[in-house]
Design a protein around this ligand. Structure first.
Ligand SMILES: Nc1ncnc2c1ncn2[C@@H]1O[C@H](COP(=O)(O)OP(=O)(O)OP(=O)(O)O)[C@@H](O)[C@H]1O
Ligand SMILES: [Mg+2]
Length: 265
């Protein structure tokens, strides 16, 4: 489960704001059309980790929302396992959120919530512990979210996502706001978890290195109206690094160039 086909997808919004957002045309009036996504055609295999890059405001979150069924496309369609997406499906898709934990429940109870549909045949307790161990929160089972650091909360949320056992995990900038070391640790955990569970993961990031180190596939979107500027399969084994993979390093240069920035300053 978890194959995604995006076919001729376009999305337009009607402007409802008096003052333009960054990137908007200054002459934009209320009711004017904003073309966000233009003829997007993409196809992803089951179990892939897909990393989506693109400038701010280009429509990455909108694309994820359409795939998750929270937004409807203007034209075109999304198929998941050959069936068109017509609305949200909590059984199949889990949307990873920054503060998705229940504040009145401890870590154990939060993860248990993810497993509520699983019959309690004696394996439930073991499963909960397995997911907590996987995200390195062993010993913190009885802590409430307010007693955890931001990074630990994010890891607990990850354990809950795993417990739901969705066919697909959608992550919109899951590492934003984390300190450097926690960011590195989290991304290692997501890669390990992906190798372990093999589910389709769609991850939006602003970080070129995250996309190249983590993804099985990288997609670069252009500025608005957004089109697919580049799509590349990354068939490099993990753990990955640029020193051992000159091709990956070349692609990094290319992506920096295409996004109009430089990593050497
Ligand atoms: N509900 C909405 N109504 C009107 N315009 C919207 C709506 N949602 C998004 N937009 C517009 O669509 C464009 C794309 O927004 P989106 O949030 O998808 O961008 P993004 O690529 O995720 O940006 P960022 O990297 O900053 O998160 C923006 O110009 C935004 O203003
Ligand atoms: Mg976004």
């Amino acid at each position: 489960m978890g194959k995604i086909d995006i076919q001729h997808l376009t999305k337009e919004f009607r402007n409802r704001r008096r003052s333009p957002r960054p990137g908007d045309d200054a002459a934009l009036r209320i009711g004017d059309r904003i073309e966000v996504l233009r003829d997007i055609d993409l196809s992803f295999d089951r179990g892939e980790m897909i990393c989506i890059l693109g400038p701010s405001g280009c429509g990455k979150s909108t694309l994820l929302k359409i795939i998750a069924g929270f937004e409807r496309p203007t034209t075109g369609r999304v198929l998941i396992d050959e069936s068109p997406v017509n609305g949200p499906s909590s059984n199949h898709i889990f949307v990873f959120q920054h503060s998705g934990l229940f504040p009145w429940m401890n870590v154990w109870q939060n993860v248990q919530m993810g497993l509520r549909r699983m019959p309690d045949n004696g394996q439930r307790q073991e499963k909960i512990q397995e997911y907590i161990d996987l995200v390195d929160l062993t010993g913190f089972e009885h802590y409430f979210p307010y007693q955890l650091s931001g990074g630990m909360q994010r890891r607990a949320e990850l354990a809950r996502a795993l417990a739901v056992n969705p066919d697909m995990l959608i992550m919109d900038e899951p590492f934003s706001g984390l300190d450097f070391l926690t960011h590195m640790k989290m991304r290692e955990e997501v890669v390990n978890m992906h190798e372990f569970i093999g589910k389709t993961i769609l991850l939006v990031t602003h970080n070129i290195d995250d996309a190249l180190i983590m993804g099985d596939r990288v997609v670069l979107m252009s500025g608005r109206p957004s089109e697919v500027k580049l799509m590349r399969k990354l068939a490099f084994p993990h753990p990955r690094n640029y020193e051992e993979e000159p091709e990956l390093n070349e692609l990094r240069e290319e992506l920096y160039f295409m996004l109009g920035v430089s990593h050497a300053v």
